[in-house]
Design a protein around this ligand. Sequence first.
Ligand code: S3P
Length: 164
Amino acid sequence: MKNIFLIGFMGCGKSTVASYMAQNYGMEVMEMDQLIVEREGMSIPEIFEKHGEEYFRTVETNLLIEIQSLENKVVSCGGGVVLREQNVAEMKKSGRIVLLTAKPETILERVKDDDNRPLLRGNKNVAFISGMMEKRRPKYEAAADVVIQTDGKSAEEICKEILK
Ligand code: S3P
């Protein structure tokens, strides 16, 4: 089986869905942010502070190129992976792209106690989140092979929709 790339805004449930798929459908998870943190030896906020966002995006691109030699992985992508057009092309070479969506209120609830997302620091409110989501929406939608709305659904329901 090809790889499955989960994309979507921060806090839309990519990691939760990926680990559910791994536990119940025998796929191996690749958590992009976590792999980047391990390889770079620093946290995501530190990477942004020390090297900047462009550097981080390049590390994402290189990881997506590496993943092309793998199969049967469920890849939980960072929320901004679609910002670089090349990244979408790299994902399409080895799998299908599934976009998870959620309402800004749901996102806020999930991210509000987490300080590990530099782009939301000091901006944890519905107005900022929905503005950023709207700006990114065309890129998310253009990249997606499948779109799954997740509000009010369990990880099991979402996984079943993905596999269908
Ligand atoms: C980002 C999302 C984060 C992380 C980084 C940038 C973004 O991943 O890659 O903070 O630009 O949306 P999550 O979507 O896993 O929070």
